[in-house]
Ligand binder design. Structure first.
Ligand code: ADP
Length: 243
C-alpha cells in the first residue's frame, strides 16, 4: 500500500478556538475515503488545510512523500490536489464548455495566445462526456440545474488531472437518483486512478462509496476504519447519529 497523503499531528486554531486538534490521517493511493462528523466538527477545516485554503498551526501535511504544509493552494493544485466547493460558482453567462476551456487553457496548459483551441475544446468535450454533461455543452452555466452544476464543478476539478480529489458535499440537496448518478461518476473517476476523499452528510452515499470512513467530532478523529465498524462505534452513534 502506497501512502498518497499523510496528515500528522495537525492542529488548527481560529483565534483562541481549536478547530482541529492533533489529527493524524493517512490516505492510500487509490483509496475512497469518507469523512463524516456533526456540523462544526472540523471537516471543512481539515480539507481546507489539505488543499491549502488555510494554513496549519502545528503538525505537517505530506503529499507523495513531500511536505506541502507551507505551499500556497495553487501550488498544491499543481502538485495534484483538487477539490470541489460546496457552492459551485461558475461564470454564469459563459457556456458550460467555456467554463472548462478557460481553466484548461490558462491554468492547466498555460496558453495565453489562443493557440491550440481545438485541442482544448476536444479535451473539455471529453471531460463533459465523462461527467455526463455533454447534452449541456453550449448552455449558459447560469441555466444549469443543481445536479448539472455539481457535475460542472467536478469537471472543473478533474480538468487539472489531479491524483487526489476532495469532494466537499458534492451531493447536498440532490434527489436520490441524482446522488446515485454523482456516485457512479465518482466511482469511475476512482477506477481511473484518482484517490478520493468525500465529505458528505448523506450517510447512505458515504457508506456506499467509501472503503474507509473517518469520523471527526469537535476537531478530533474519534473513529477510523471500515464503514460498518465506524457506524457501529458507540461514540460515533452518540456524537453523529444522536443515538
Ligand atoms: P464542519 O465542516 O465539520 O461543519 P468546520 O470545519 O466548518 O466544520 O468548522 C469547525 C469549527 O471551526 C466550527 O466551530 C467553525 O465555527 C469554526 N471555524 C471554521 N472556519 C472558521 C474561521 N475562518 N474562523 C473562525 N472559526 C472558524
Amino acid at each position: 500500500m502506497t501512502t498518497l497523503l499523510r496528515v500528522e499531528t495537525l492542529t488548527k486554531r481560529f483565534g483562541g478556538f481549536t478547530a482541529l486538534s492533533d489529527v493524524n490521517l493517512n490516505v492510500a493511493k487509490g483509496e475512497r475515503l469518507g469523512l463524516i462528523g456533526p456540523n462544526g466538527s472540523g471537516k471543512t477545516t481539515l480539507i481546507n488545510c489539505i488543499s491549502g485554503v488555510v494554513q496549519i498551526d502545528q503538525g505537517a501535511i505530506a503529499f507523495e512523500n513531500r511536505d506541502i504544509s507551507a505551499l500556497a493552494a495553487y501550488k498544491r493544485a499543481k502538485k495534484g490536489i483538487a477539490r470541489t466547493f460546496q457552492i459551485p460558482r461558475p461564470f454564469h453567462s459563459m457556456s458550460v464548455i467555456e467554463n472548462l476551456m478557460v481553466p484548461l487553457e490558462y491554468i492547466v496548459h498555460g496558453l495565453v495566445d489562443g493557440s491550440n483551441r481545438n485541442a482544448v475544446h476536444a479535451e473539455a468535450s471529453e471531460l463533459l462526456h465523462r461527467m455526463r454533461l455533454s447534452d449541456r455543452t453550449n448552455a449558459p452555466a447560469g441555466q444549469l440545474s443543481q445536479v448539472e452544476l455539481r457535475k460542472l464543478e467536478l469537471a472543473r476539478a478533474v480538468a487539472a488531472r489531479p491524483r487526489l480529489l476532495i469532494c466537499d458535499e458534492a451531493m447536498a440537496g440532490l434527489a436520490t437518483k441524482e446522488v446515485h448518478e454523482i456516485l457512479d461518476i465518482l466511482m469511475e473517476l476512482n477506477a481511473s486512478g484518482i484517490t478520493i476523499i468525500m465529505v458528505e452528510h448523506i450517510l447512505q452515499a458515504v457508506m456506499r462509496f467509501s472503503q474507509r470512513i473517518v469520523c471527526l467530532t469537535a476537531g478530533r478523529i474519534i473513529s477510523d476504519g471500515a464503514p460498518v465498524d465506524v457506524m457501529a462505534n458507540p461514540e460515533v452513534r452518540r456524537a453523529y447519529l444522536g443515538s
